[in-house]
Write a protein that binds this ligand. Structure first.
Ligand code: FAD
Length: 311
């Protein structure tokens, strides 16, 4: 197995990883960035992005990530394809294995491996992703203003997303599998007291309907008693959780019960000195491209400080 020593290793090529690499390159840290299985990250799975500052006309997710990549290349970030398959963070330099065939010894590490939204696993859901099916109300809700939409889930996130959409949309159906909400009392009350949110208790989604041109136009739901019901909607929002991509590191780096990496206060520091985390892998609250980019910047600045204090 070949071995290489680097000052700063960045794992992940979403907004967090690329932003970290721009800052780290400009600070002369010669960062090496591994892109992973999804070069460009989650934004490459969406069409229009209208809320990333600096693009008044909006931009597609793929183009935005191409711009970030080009900016990283401009400052000579060493961007490589490859997947981190294991990590030993027991001592510095940290040993990170790529594709089970190469070891990188890193003086500092930025984990920016993101999170993956959970979907129901329906074929129709896959068919209409980006055409009415979304896992992010903050990102895509604006496209459905004045329309009827549905949110799936019964936890705090689902209630928050339903409340957010209720401000934009004509009507919001909240599809809940059980006969209670898992959300906090305050969130439950907010949802119950919002006139344009209707909770559909004990329903599962059987199918999302639509047309290739117009996208989603409805959903077929099945009640616990076996009866079926159709709702007419244009947006179908999943709010059943995310899966942070932290397993490889969780033996060393402290995570919360959902697997999000815990960072120290207003920093990107993990419990392992020299290991930093940025973006959705450590953020179960905001989960936006701009917040991921912001935390990537923080991680690079934290690395710079760490390396100068630990020569
Ligand atoms: C459908 C959709 C639409 C969205 N729309 C918007 C929007 O309009 N505006 C907005 O602000 N946000 C939007 N978001 C949210 C936004 O995409 C995320 O908040 C953001 O991408 C998080 O960035 P990140 O850098 O933390 O991680 P990600 O974008 O999740 O990138 C993670 C990176 O880590 C890499 N990786 C993972 N594991 C490994 C490994 N083992 N080895 C090497 N690399 C690895 C992956 O290949 C990937 O490159 C949307 C999300 C989705 C799913």
């Amino acid at each position: 197995m070949s071995t290489e020593r680097v000052k700063c290793l960045i794992i992940g090529s979403g907004p967090a990883g690329y932003t970290a690499s721009i800052y780290a390159s400009r600070a002369n840290l010669s960062p090496v960035l591994y892109e992973g299985i999804q070069p460009g990250g989650q934004l490459t799975t969406t069409t229009e992005v209208e809320n990333f500052p600096g693009y008044p006309q909006g931009i597609t997710g793929t183009e935005l990530m191409e711009d970030l990549r080009n900016q990283a290349l401009k400052f000579n970030t060493d961007i490589r394809s490859g997947l981190v398959t294991s990590a030993d963070l027991s001592e510095r330099p940290f040993k990170i294995t790529i594709d089970e065939e190469k070891d990188i010894l890193a003086d500092s590490l930025i984990i920016a491996t993101g999170a993956t939204a959970k979907y129901l696993g329906l074929e129709s859901e896959e068919q209409y992703k980006g055409q009415g099916v979304s896992a992010c109300a903050t990102c895509d809700g604006f496209f459905y203003r004045g329309k009827d939409v549905a949110v799936v889930g019964g936890g705090d996130t689902a209630c928050e997303e339903a409340s957010y959409l209720a401000n934009l949309c004509n009507k919001v159906y909240l599809i809940v599998r059980r006969d209670v909400l898992r959300a906090s009392k305050a969130m439950q009350e907010r949802v119950m007291n919002t006139p344009n949110i209707e909770i559909l208790w004990q329903y599962n989604t059987k199918q999302i309907t639509g047309t290739p041109v117009g996208g989603v136009n409805g959903a077929i739901l099945v009640h616990k008693d076996g009866s079926e019901r159709r709702i007419d909607i244009h947006g179908f929002f999943l709010a059943i959780g995310h899966h942070p991509n932290s397993e490889i590191f969780s033996k060393w780096v402290r995570t919360n019960e959902e697997g999000y990496i815990i960072t120290d206060g207003k920093s990107s520091r993990t419990n392992v000195p020299g290991v930093f985390a940025a973006g959705d892998v450590q953020d179960n609250t905001y989960r936006q491209a701009i917040t991921a980019a912001g935390s990537g910047c923080m991680a690079a600045l934290d690395v710079e400080r760490f390396l100068s204090e630990n020569k």
